[in-house]
Design a protein around this ligand. Structure first.
Ligand code: TXA
Ligand code: MG
Length: 326
């Protein structure tokens, strides 16, 4: 059973070796990636993966991303239809997840894939995460390290406040530089589907894939975990606000006064890196007030930022229909 307070591991050789040892023993270890913190477990172990779902209160139908150290490891688990190889060459290691057909004899726990015949895989770029993957030498399942439906964690402090009593260890990796989860694509020769906006901008992806297939059906769930209300702070969130209401906590973008500013110089990668940290901070500062957010341009990483903000602002009552999300 997890301790009340998890072990805090330092990002040195000893800490990395300890994280790999704990994973091999079926434990839950929160690991830093360049996007957000992941809640990691041995992807081959039913018992370890079951503990991820329990710790997050995540519904079992929502599959997990498998993190790997090399393309050779990906090929042992999954097939790479065109244009998967070109996408891998362009964006791995990095904030891209690909949903690929499973290969027979993959060895993953069926909990990882939620019984689907595909698997979501990613080669992360964070040096600490890469070192753990190389030391562990096997696939690591890791959803974002937050309670299901709440704001993702980009600092060790977020992980401790969200999941502290429910995990075995956290590896300190400094803050997550990209700050927003990976882009999820399902590559196929007839056209690549965009399942989740994320850390790689569409503009950079289409150069390789051509036009993307996006799900424009209202209310449709493209990746199983993409429900309307998600990334939800406790305080109500209102978007595209002028930030003049003194009774609300303000999150700005670009010039103009605000309690928190995602990027005073109007830089979208900087805003993505700050998004979850400022949502956590604004939520803590709200004390019964609402959170008002300035408009964010819907281009580049702004699309992923707006996706997360729209989910943060969606009515929380939806959470009772879908009691937990990613
Ligand atoms: O940046 C990231 O992707 C972070 C870091 C930790 O790697 N991980 C992350 O995991 O965001 P999570 O579990 O919060 O989101 C994974 C999403 C979920 O919406 C899930 O439904 C979707 O990936 N997914 C996983 N396997 C899938 C599959 N086979 N087909 C379609 N969607 C899948
Ligand atoms: Mg998540």
């Amino acid at each position: 059973m997890p301790n009340d307070t998890p072990e805090i591991l330092v990002q040195d050789k000893l800490g990395i070796a300890r994280a790999a040892t704990l994973l091999a023993a079926g434990k839950l270890v929160a690991l830093p990636t360049e996007t957000v913190y992941g809640l990691a477990a041995d992807a081959r172990s039913d018992a370890a993966c079951a503990r991820i779902f329990a710790a997050k209160a995540r519904p079992r139908f929502n599959p997990l991303i498998v993190h790997l150290a090399s393309l050779a490891q990906v090929e042992a688990l999954a097939l790479l239809p065109d244009p998967a190889r070109a996408l891998a060459a362009a964006f791995w290691p990095g904030p891209l997840t690909m949903v690929l057909p499973l290969r027979a004899g993959h060895g993953l726990s069926p909990l990882v894939t939620a019984g689907l015949d595909t698997v979501a895989v990613r080669l992360p770029a964070h040096p600490v995460m890469r070192a753990v993957l190389e030391t562990f030498g096997a696939p690591i399942a890791a959803p974002s390290a937050n309670p299901s439906g709440r704001i993702s964690a980009t600092t060790l402090g977020h992980v401790l406040s969200g999941l502290g009593g429910r995990i075995d260890a956290v590896l300190d990796g400094a803050d997550c530089a990209v700050g927003i989860e990976s882009t999820i694509l399902a590559p196929a020769p007839g056209g690549t589907r965009l399942l989740r906006e994320g850390g790689i901008a569409r503009e950079d992806i289409v150069v390789i894939t051509g036009p993307l297939i996006t799900d424009t059906t209202p209310g449709a769930i493209s990746a199983p975990g993409q429900m309307a209300s998600h990334y939800a702070p406790v305080a109500p969130v209102f978007l595209n606000m002028p930030l003049t209401d003194r009774d609300a906590v303000s999150i700005g973008f670009g010039s103009g006064a605000a309690e928190f500013n995602l990027s005073p110089r109007g830089d979208l990668p900087e805003a993505a890196a700050n998004l979850f940290r400022m949502l956590h901070a604004a939520d803590a500062a709200a004390l019964g007030r609402a959170i008002h957010v300035a408009p964010i341009p819907d281009m580049g990483l702004g699309r992923a930022i707006n996706d997360r903000l729209h989910r943060a602002a969606a009515p929380v009552s939806r959470n009772s229909e879908h009691p937990g999300q990613a």
